[in-house]
Design a protein. Structure first.
Length: 407
């Protein structure tokens, strides 16, 4: 499905400028306090939970870093860690269901990472955390639950092999660059990238998956994913362990596995009402994927670029990966950029860079995100389990019932 659009790109109206006042405000704050350099350096961080250690990694003073965090929180700038999911035994599964389904009726809900209603096409987009060692049993159970929904039309299932998180470039771009799409500029970028990456082959299926050491690691990662500047002292206030225990887990378990790959600015200060949250699904050839990966990583509206393959539930082997490769691009776009981008995507298809394009426009108000499913980890077996209820009971008896009420 390719969306055809008119070539005319609308100009930025006064109404759109007014709708982005809070965006301008935050950009001015970042500029005023010279926060951009620290924000960019944060993407190199491999450890969190202790401000002194983080400041040392960044090469700045502890006092300067604490001042940066204070200003960020005061101005509602959120930060999250980027997690390498294979290092904790998880891969990601994306499903598109061609019908609106209430969140309460979603299959395998304890494993859900993201829920969103889409329009054009109408449906529900779901992303799951899927334990790699249990993938066949996971897909078999998911298949049974999907069949019980009795939905007409085919489900689209994609396993995400590798995902690249992109730092929002809002801090380093002129406002005018955010609200336009220069097609000729990106065609030039495409031609430049093609000269040295065309035909490049890098392995995308081979990754090492490791089950976590214990549930405490998962609790730490979940809290840091919610707020990257949570400290071990904050964790000790909430859970029945000392700061030393949390720091030990971070240094001995999380850091050696390179589970944390940078701290990134959350793009939540972009207006929800006046922007498009989209997924672009590009079906490509093995020969072209490096070109398009490089291209979309450079675009200022990109938040994720992922390499995927289709999965078929109709075959005997439930984990039968298609040879065809897809690139899934997640973007948050100002309204008047969308038309230009769609024209550019159509050009990619006509030029043979991609042979199929799908664009899913999400309703931003419907998006629900869920953290790492630590309650699905069997502490006794030291591995993920599909017996979620039993796992949660054990975790509740041992840890969760001791959680302090922080008000």
């Amino acid at each position: 499905m390719v969306i055809l659009v008119e070539n005319e790109i609308p100009k930025l109206s006064k109404d759109l400028v007014d709708a982005h006042k809070h965006l301008f405000k935050n950009l001015k704050i970042i500029s005023k306090y010279r926060m951009a350099s620290i924000i960019d350096k944060l993407t190199t961080i491999d450890i969190a939970g202790n401000y002194s250690v983080m400041a040392k990694r960044l090469g700045i003073g502890d006092r300067e870093f604490r001042k940066f965090i204070g200003r960020a929180r005061k101005n509602d700038l959120g930060f999250t860690i980027n997690i390498d999911y294979p290092s904790i035994g998880l891969t990601q599964l994306r499903i598109f269901i061609p019908r609106i389904i209430n969140l309460n009726n979603i299959p395998m809900k304890p494993w859900l990472k993201l829920y969103s209603i889409t329009y054009n096409p109408i449906g529900v987009s779901l992303v799951y955390y899927m334990p790699y060692t249990l993938r066949k049993d996971f897909l078999r159970r998911l298949d049974n639950e999907l069949k019980s929904l009795e939905i007409d039309g085919e489900f689209e299932l994609k396993v995400i092999h590798k995902s690249f998180k992109i730092q929002p470039r809002l801090v380093s771009l002129k406002i005018s660059e955010l609200f336009r799409f220069n097609i000729s500029q990106w065609l030039k970028e495409l031609s430049k990238i093609e000269t040295y990456t065309l035909g490049m082959h890098t392995p995308i299926y081979t990754q090492d998956f490791h089950d976590p050491y214990d549930a405490i690691d998962l609790l730490i990662l979940r809290e840091l994913e919610h707020d990257a500047f949570t400290t071990v002292f904050d964790l000790a206030e909430k859970y029945p362990f000392s700061p030393k225990v949390f720091m030990k887990h971070i240094k001995i378990h999380i850091k050696p596995r390179k589970t944390i790959n940078g701290i990134y600015l959350k793009p939540k200060f972009i207006s929800r009402q006046s922007n498009h949250f989209i997924n672009i699904d590009l079906r490509i050839t093995q020969r072209q994927y490096a070109v398009l990966l490089s291209l979309f990583k450079k675009m200022p509206w990109t938040t994720y670029v992922s390499l995927c393959s289709d999965i078929s539930l109709s075959t005997e082997n439930l984990y039968d990966i298609s040879e065809a490769i897809s690139i899934l691009v997640t973007m948050i776009l100002p309204v008047n950029v969308l038309n230009g981008l769609l024209v550019f995507l159509e050009h990619l298809r006509e030029s043979g860079f991609v042979y199929k394009v799908k664009v899913y426009n999400h309703d931003p108000l419907s998006i629900k995100r869920f953290g790492i499913p630590y309650s699905n980890f069997d502490q006794e077996m030291r591995s993920w389990t599909l017996d979620v209820e039993r796992s949660y009971r054990l975790l509740k008896n041992r840890i969760l019932r001791y959680i302090k009420n922080t008000g």
